[in-house]
Design a protein around this ligand. Structure first.
Ligand SMILES: [Zn+2]
Ligand SMILES: [Zn+2]
Length: 345
Protein backbone atom coordinates (compact mmCIF):
# COMPACT_ATOMS: atom_id res chain seq x y z
CA UNK A 1 0.00 0.00 0.00
CA UNK A 2 1.56 3.32 -1.07
CA UNK A 3 0.41 6.50 0.66
CA UNK A 4 0.59 9.70 -1.36
CA UNK A 5 -1.10 13.01 -0.63
CA UNK A 6 -3.19 11.01 1.81
CA UNK A 7 -4.74 9.00 -0.97
CA UNK A 8 -4.10 5.29 -0.61
CA UNK A 9 -3.30 3.17 -3.64
CA UNK A 10 -4.00 -0.49 -2.88
CA UNK A 11 -2.47 -1.58 -6.22
CA UNK A 12 0.90 -0.15 -7.05
CA UNK A 13 0.96 -1.31 -10.67
CA UNK A 14 -1.77 -1.61 -13.29
CA UNK A 15 -2.53 -4.92 -15.00
CA UNK A 16 -0.17 -5.75 -17.86
CA UNK A 17 -1.62 -5.87 -21.39
CA UNK A 18 -3.85 -8.91 -21.77
CA UNK A 19 -3.95 -9.46 -18.00
CA UNK A 20 -6.42 -8.66 -15.25
CA UNK A 21 -6.15 -7.88 -11.54
CA UNK A 22 -8.90 -8.93 -9.15
CA UNK A 23 -9.60 -5.69 -7.27
CA UNK A 24 -12.38 -7.19 -5.15
CA UNK A 25 -13.91 -10.65 -5.06
CA UNK A 26 -15.36 -11.18 -8.54
CA UNK A 27 -14.35 -7.79 -9.94
CA UNK A 28 -11.53 -7.77 -12.48
CA UNK A 29 -9.60 -4.71 -13.66
CA UNK A 30 -8.02 -4.59 -17.14
CA UNK A 31 -6.35 -1.86 -19.15
CA UNK A 32 -6.72 -1.01 -22.80
CA UNK A 33 -4.38 1.25 -24.80
CA UNK A 34 -5.30 4.78 -25.93
CA UNK A 35 -3.36 6.66 -28.62
CA UNK A 36 -3.08 9.85 -26.52
CA UNK A 37 -0.93 11.37 -23.84
CA UNK A 38 -3.38 9.73 -21.44
CA UNK A 39 -2.41 6.38 -22.91
CA UNK A 40 -4.86 3.95 -21.31
CA UNK A 41 -8.38 3.38 -20.07
CA UNK A 42 -9.45 1.08 -17.25
CA UNK A 43 -12.27 -1.35 -17.86
CA UNK A 44 -13.83 -3.74 -15.37
CA UNK A 45 -15.46 -7.15 -15.41
CA UNK A 46 -18.06 -7.85 -12.76
CA UNK A 47 -19.03 -11.42 -11.84
CA UNK A 48 -22.54 -11.86 -13.24
CA UNK A 49 -23.35 -15.43 -12.21
CA UNK A 50 -22.38 -17.56 -15.17
CA UNK A 51 -20.21 -14.92 -16.82
CA UNK A 52 -18.85 -11.41 -16.73
CA UNK A 53 -20.65 -8.10 -17.08
CA UNK A 54 -18.37 -5.54 -18.76
CA UNK A 55 -17.95 -1.92 -17.75
CA UNK A 56 -16.72 0.28 -20.64
CA UNK A 57 -15.09 -0.70 -23.90
CA UNK A 58 -12.02 1.26 -25.00
CA UNK A 59 -11.72 3.21 -28.21
CA UNK A 60 -12.86 1.78 -31.55
CA UNK A 61 -9.49 1.08 -33.14
CA UNK A 62 -7.55 -2.02 -34.18
CA UNK A 63 -5.16 -1.93 -31.21
CA UNK A 64 -8.13 -2.06 -28.82
CA UNK A 65 -9.83 -4.86 -30.75
CA UNK A 66 -6.58 -6.83 -30.49
CA UNK A 67 -6.42 -6.11 -26.75
CA UNK A 68 -9.97 -7.44 -26.40
CA UNK A 69 -9.13 -10.59 -28.34
CA UNK A 70 -6.20 -11.18 -25.96
CA UNK A 71 -8.41 -10.76 -22.89
CA UNK A 72 -11.11 -13.08 -24.22
CA UNK A 73 -8.57 -15.73 -25.20
CA UNK A 74 -6.65 -15.24 -21.95
CA UNK A 75 -7.96 -14.46 -18.48
CA UNK A 76 -11.64 -14.40 -19.52
CA UNK A 77 -11.56 -17.77 -21.28
CA UNK A 78 -14.16 -20.31 -20.25
CA UNK A 79 -16.89 -17.91 -19.10
CA UNK A 80 -19.27 -15.98 -21.27
CA UNK A 81 -19.75 -12.21 -21.41
CA UNK A 82 -23.24 -11.33 -20.19
CA UNK A 83 -23.89 -7.62 -20.81
CA UNK A 84 -22.14 -4.35 -21.49
CA UNK A 85 -22.48 -1.31 -19.24
CA UNK A 86 -21.21 1.97 -20.70
CA UNK A 87 -20.59 4.94 -18.42
CA UNK A 88 -20.58 7.80 -20.96
CA UNK A 89 -20.42 8.66 -24.62
CA UNK A 90 -16.71 9.56 -24.90
CA UNK A 91 -14.97 7.39 -27.49
CA UNK A 92 -12.63 5.73 -24.98
CA UNK A 93 -15.65 4.44 -23.04
CA UNK A 94 -18.23 3.73 -25.75
CA UNK A 95 -16.01 3.25 -28.80
CA UNK A 96 -16.31 -0.51 -29.14
CA UNK A 97 -19.85 -0.85 -27.73
CA UNK A 98 -21.34 -1.66 -31.13
CA UNK A 99 -18.58 -4.13 -31.96
CA UNK A 100 -18.75 -5.92 -28.58
CA UNK A 101 -22.55 -6.13 -28.49
CA UNK A 102 -22.61 -7.55 -32.00
CA UNK A 103 -19.70 -9.96 -31.54
CA UNK A 104 -20.85 -11.40 -28.22
CA UNK A 105 -24.62 -10.85 -28.47
CA UNK A 106 -24.66 -8.50 -25.48
CA UNK A 107 -27.35 -6.08 -24.35
CA UNK A 108 -26.12 -2.50 -23.87
CA UNK A 109 -26.92 -0.71 -20.60
CA UNK A 110 -26.26 3.01 -20.33
CA UNK A 111 -27.91 6.34 -19.57
CA UNK A 112 -30.30 7.81 -22.08
CA UNK A 113 -28.02 10.81 -22.62
CA UNK A 114 -24.96 8.63 -23.23
CA UNK A 115 -26.84 6.61 -25.83
CA UNK A 116 -28.45 9.59 -27.53
CA UNK A 117 -25.29 11.69 -27.28
CA UNK A 118 -23.32 9.09 -29.19
CA UNK A 119 -26.14 8.54 -31.67
CA UNK A 120 -26.54 12.27 -32.26
CA UNK A 121 -22.91 12.77 -33.26
CA UNK A 122 -22.96 9.58 -35.33
CA UNK A 123 -26.02 10.67 -37.29
CA UNK A 124 -24.75 14.15 -38.15
CA UNK A 125 -21.02 14.50 -37.55
CA UNK A 126 -20.90 17.49 -39.87
CA UNK A 127 -23.08 19.50 -37.45
CA UNK A 128 -19.97 20.51 -35.52
CA UNK A 129 -18.97 22.67 -38.49
CA UNK A 130 -22.18 24.73 -38.53
CA UNK A 131 -21.69 28.41 -39.22
CA UNK A 132 -23.29 29.38 -35.92
CA UNK A 133 -20.80 27.20 -34.04
CA UNK A 134 -17.79 28.60 -35.89
CA UNK A 135 -19.02 32.10 -35.12
CA UNK A 136 -19.38 31.18 -31.47
CA UNK A 137 -15.70 30.23 -31.23
CA UNK A 138 -14.58 33.26 -33.21
CA UNK A 139 -16.69 35.51 -30.99
CA UNK A 140 -14.61 34.27 -28.07
CA UNK A 141 -11.36 35.04 -29.88
CA UNK A 142 -10.35 31.58 -31.04
CA UNK A 143 -8.03 31.46 -34.08
CA UNK A 144 -8.81 29.80 -37.41
CA UNK A 145 -6.73 26.63 -36.88
CA UNK A 146 -8.38 25.78 -33.57
CA UNK A 147 -11.84 26.70 -34.81
CA UNK A 148 -11.26 24.28 -37.67
CA UNK A 149 -10.41 21.47 -35.23
CA UNK A 150 -13.50 22.07 -33.13
CA UNK A 151 -15.57 22.13 -36.32
CA UNK A 152 -14.40 18.68 -37.36
CA UNK A 153 -14.72 16.94 -33.99
CA UNK A 154 -17.79 15.01 -35.16
CA UNK A 155 -15.87 13.24 -37.95
CA UNK A 156 -12.99 12.71 -35.58
CA UNK A 157 -15.39 11.07 -33.10
CA UNK A 158 -16.81 8.72 -35.71
CA UNK A 159 -13.37 7.37 -36.51
CA UNK A 160 -13.14 6.07 -32.94
CA UNK A 161 -16.68 4.79 -32.36
CA UNK A 162 -18.38 1.72 -33.86
CA UNK A 163 -22.08 1.95 -34.76
CA UNK A 164 -24.23 1.53 -31.66
CA UNK A 165 -26.75 -1.30 -31.27
CA UNK A 166 -30.25 -0.21 -32.35
CA UNK A 167 -31.63 -0.62 -28.83
CA UNK A 168 -30.36 -0.19 -25.29
CA UNK A 169 -31.43 -0.66 -21.66
CA UNK A 170 -31.68 2.62 -19.88
CA UNK A 171 -29.89 3.15 -16.56
CA UNK A 172 -31.39 5.89 -14.41
CA UNK A 173 -30.00 7.52 -11.26
CA UNK A 174 -31.62 5.91 -8.23
CA UNK A 175 -32.00 2.52 -9.91
CA UNK A 176 -30.61 -0.58 -8.26
CA UNK A 177 -28.70 -2.87 -10.56
CA UNK A 178 -28.22 -6.49 -9.57
CA UNK A 179 -25.04 -7.95 -11.05
CA UNK A 180 -24.41 -11.55 -10.04
CA UNK A 181 -26.12 -11.13 -6.67
CA UNK A 182 -24.33 -7.91 -5.85
CA UNK A 183 -26.46 -4.78 -5.64
CA UNK A 184 -25.14 -1.57 -7.17
CA UNK A 185 -26.81 1.82 -6.86
CA UNK A 186 -26.87 3.69 -10.16
CA UNK A 187 -25.60 7.25 -9.83
CA UNK A 188 -25.30 9.79 -12.62
CA UNK A 189 -23.30 12.98 -12.69
CA UNK A 190 -22.82 15.83 -15.13
CA UNK A 191 -19.93 18.14 -15.93
CA UNK A 192 -17.43 15.82 -17.58
CA UNK A 193 -20.10 14.20 -19.74
CA UNK A 194 -23.85 14.62 -19.43
CA UNK A 195 -25.56 11.92 -17.34
CA UNK A 196 -22.39 9.92 -16.84
CA UNK A 197 -23.18 6.62 -15.12
CA UNK A 198 -21.40 5.54 -11.95
CA UNK A 199 -22.08 2.41 -9.89
CA UNK A 200 -21.78 2.10 -6.13
CA UNK A 201 -21.96 -1.11 -4.14
CA UNK A 202 -22.97 0.04 -0.65
CA UNK A 203 -22.29 -3.29 1.06
CA UNK A 204 -18.70 -3.51 -0.13
CA UNK A 205 -18.01 0.23 -0.52
CA UNK A 206 -16.95 -0.15 -4.14
CA UNK A 207 -17.31 2.89 -6.37
CA UNK A 208 -17.02 2.50 -10.13
CA UNK A 209 -16.44 6.19 -10.74
CA UNK A 210 -15.85 6.35 -14.52
CA UNK A 211 -14.16 9.71 -15.28
CA UNK A 212 -15.89 11.75 -12.58
CA UNK A 213 -13.15 11.36 -9.94
CA UNK A 214 -9.60 10.46 -11.00
CA UNK A 215 -6.61 10.23 -8.67
CA UNK A 216 -4.13 12.47 -10.46
CA UNK A 217 -5.79 14.50 -13.18
CA UNK A 218 -8.74 16.83 -13.21
CA UNK A 219 -11.37 15.44 -15.60
CA UNK A 220 -12.07 17.63 -18.60
CA UNK A 221 -15.04 19.96 -18.06
CA UNK A 222 -15.92 21.88 -21.20
CA UNK A 223 -18.50 24.21 -22.71
CA UNK A 224 -19.47 23.32 -26.29
CA UNK A 225 -21.02 25.54 -28.94
CA UNK A 226 -24.29 23.61 -28.90
CA UNK A 227 -24.95 24.92 -25.38
CA UNK A 228 -23.01 28.19 -25.32
CA UNK A 229 -24.39 29.38 -21.98
CA UNK A 230 -24.07 25.95 -20.35
CA UNK A 231 -22.63 25.54 -16.86
CA UNK A 232 -20.83 22.19 -16.86
CA UNK A 233 -18.47 23.30 -14.09
CA UNK A 234 -21.38 24.18 -11.79
CA UNK A 235 -22.92 20.79 -12.55
CA UNK A 236 -19.61 19.02 -12.01
CA UNK A 237 -19.09 20.63 -8.60
CA UNK A 238 -22.66 19.78 -7.68
CA UNK A 239 -22.04 16.16 -8.61
CA UNK A 240 -18.79 16.02 -6.60
CA UNK A 241 -20.57 17.36 -3.52
CA UNK A 242 -23.36 14.82 -3.95
CA UNK A 243 -20.86 11.97 -4.22
CA UNK A 244 -19.03 13.19 -1.14
CA UNK A 245 -22.26 13.45 0.82
CA UNK A 246 -23.57 10.05 -0.26
CA UNK A 247 -20.67 7.61 -0.41
CA UNK A 248 -18.59 6.10 2.35
CA UNK A 249 -15.37 7.97 3.12
CA UNK A 250 -13.31 4.85 2.69
CA UNK A 251 -14.92 3.63 -0.49
CA UNK A 252 -12.54 2.00 -2.93
CA UNK A 253 -12.63 4.15 -6.09
CA UNK A 254 -12.35 2.17 -9.33
CA UNK A 255 -11.86 4.93 -11.92
CA UNK A 256 -11.80 5.06 -15.72
CA UNK A 257 -8.15 6.12 -15.82
CA UNK A 258 -5.09 5.87 -13.56
CA UNK A 259 -4.94 3.79 -10.39
CA UNK A 260 -7.75 2.70 -8.05
CA UNK A 261 -7.55 4.58 -4.76
CA UNK A 262 -9.07 5.26 -1.38
CA UNK A 263 -9.52 8.76 -0.01
CA UNK A 264 -12.54 9.94 -1.97
CA UNK A 265 -13.36 12.99 0.22
CA UNK A 266 -9.74 14.15 0.04
CA UNK A 267 -9.62 13.84 -3.73
CA UNK A 268 -12.98 15.59 -4.14
CA UNK A 269 -11.68 18.40 -1.92
CA UNK A 270 -8.61 18.71 -4.13
CA UNK A 271 -10.69 18.83 -7.31
CA UNK A 272 -12.96 21.52 -5.89
CA UNK A 273 -9.91 23.52 -4.76
CA UNK A 274 -8.33 23.14 -8.20
CA UNK A 275 -11.33 24.70 -9.91
CA UNK A 276 -11.60 27.40 -7.26
CA UNK A 277 -7.94 28.31 -7.91
CA UNK A 278 -8.56 28.47 -11.68
CA UNK A 279 -11.48 30.83 -11.09
CA UNK A 280 -9.28 33.01 -8.87
CA UNK A 281 -6.65 33.30 -11.64
CA UNK A 282 -9.34 34.30 -14.15
CA UNK A 283 -10.78 36.86 -11.72
CA UNK A 284 -7.32 38.35 -11.23
CA UNK A 285 -6.58 38.54 -14.96
CA UNK A 286 -9.92 40.13 -15.79
CA UNK A 287 -9.56 42.68 -13.03
CA UNK A 288 -6.62 44.35 -14.79
CA UNK A 289 -8.21 44.75 -18.21
CA UNK A 290 -11.00 43.19 -20.29
CA UNK A 291 -10.05 39.77 -21.62
CA UNK A 292 -11.58 37.39 -24.12
CA UNK A 293 -11.72 33.67 -23.38
CA UNK A 294 -8.86 33.19 -25.87
CA UNK A 295 -6.83 35.90 -24.06
CA UNK A 296 -6.97 33.69 -20.97
CA UNK A 297 -5.23 30.74 -22.64
CA UNK A 298 -1.65 31.86 -21.82
CA UNK A 299 -2.80 33.02 -18.39
CA UNK A 300 -4.04 29.56 -17.43
CA UNK A 301 -1.75 27.35 -19.51
CA UNK A 302 1.90 28.27 -19.32
CA UNK A 303 3.05 25.80 -21.96
CA UNK A 304 2.83 25.82 -25.72
CA UNK A 305 -0.42 24.18 -26.84
CA UNK A 306 -1.01 22.69 -30.27
CA UNK A 307 -4.36 23.51 -31.93
CA UNK A 308 -5.90 20.31 -30.55
CA UNK A 309 -4.82 21.04 -26.97
CA UNK A 310 -5.86 24.65 -27.49
CA UNK A 311 -9.40 23.59 -28.33
CA UNK A 312 -9.71 21.61 -25.10
CA UNK A 313 -8.01 24.29 -23.00
CA UNK A 314 -10.31 26.90 -24.52
CA UNK A 315 -13.47 24.89 -23.83
CA UNK A 316 -12.32 24.38 -20.23
CA UNK A 317 -11.75 28.11 -19.81
CA UNK A 318 -15.27 28.78 -21.07
CA UNK A 319 -16.59 26.36 -18.43
CA UNK A 320 -14.97 28.50 -15.74
CA UNK A 321 -16.13 31.72 -17.40
CA UNK A 322 -19.76 30.60 -17.62
CA UNK A 323 -19.67 29.40 -14.01
CA UNK A 324 -18.30 32.76 -12.85
CA UNK A 325 -20.82 34.68 -14.97
CA UNK A 326 -23.64 32.81 -13.23
CA UNK A 327 -22.19 33.73 -9.88
CA UNK A 328 -21.87 37.38 -10.97
CA UNK A 329 -18.10 37.25 -10.49
CA UNK A 330 -17.54 38.23 -14.13
CA UNK A 331 -19.50 40.45 -16.49
CA UNK A 332 -19.29 41.04 -20.23
CA UNK A 333 -17.51 44.25 -21.15
CA UNK A 334 -17.46 45.85 -24.58
CA UNK A 335 -16.55 43.75 -27.60
CA UNK A 336 -13.46 44.59 -29.61
CA UNK A 337 -13.23 43.62 -33.30
CA UNK A 338 -16.27 41.38 -32.77
CA UNK A 339 -14.63 39.47 -29.91
CA UNK A 340 -16.41 39.37 -26.53
CA UNK A 341 -14.37 40.42 -23.53
CA UNK A 342 -15.09 40.18 -19.84
CA UNK A 343 -14.24 42.01 -16.66
CA UNK A 344 -14.19 40.99 -13.04
CA UNK A 345 -17.14 42.41 -11.15
ZN1 LIG B 1 -14.65 10.85 -20.46
ZN1 LIG C 1 -12.19 8.57 -20.19
Amino acid sequence: MIEQRNLAFPFQDPPAPGQVIEVAAGILWARLPLPYRLNHINIYFIDDGDGWAILDTGIGDDATRAAWEALVAGPLRGRRLTRLIVTHHHPDHIGLAGWLCEKFGLPLLTSQTSYLGCLNISLSPEAFGAKAYREFYQRHGLGAATTEIVSTLGHDYLKKVTALPLSFNRLVAGDSLNIGGRTFSVLTGDGHAPEQVMLYCVDEKLFLAADQVLARISPNVSVWAVEPEGDPLGLYLRSLRAIKATLSEDAMVLPGHQLPFKGLPIRIGELIDHHRARCAIIAEACRESPKSAADLLPVLFNRQLDPHQTSFAFSEILAHVNYMMRKDELAWAESKHGVRRMLTV
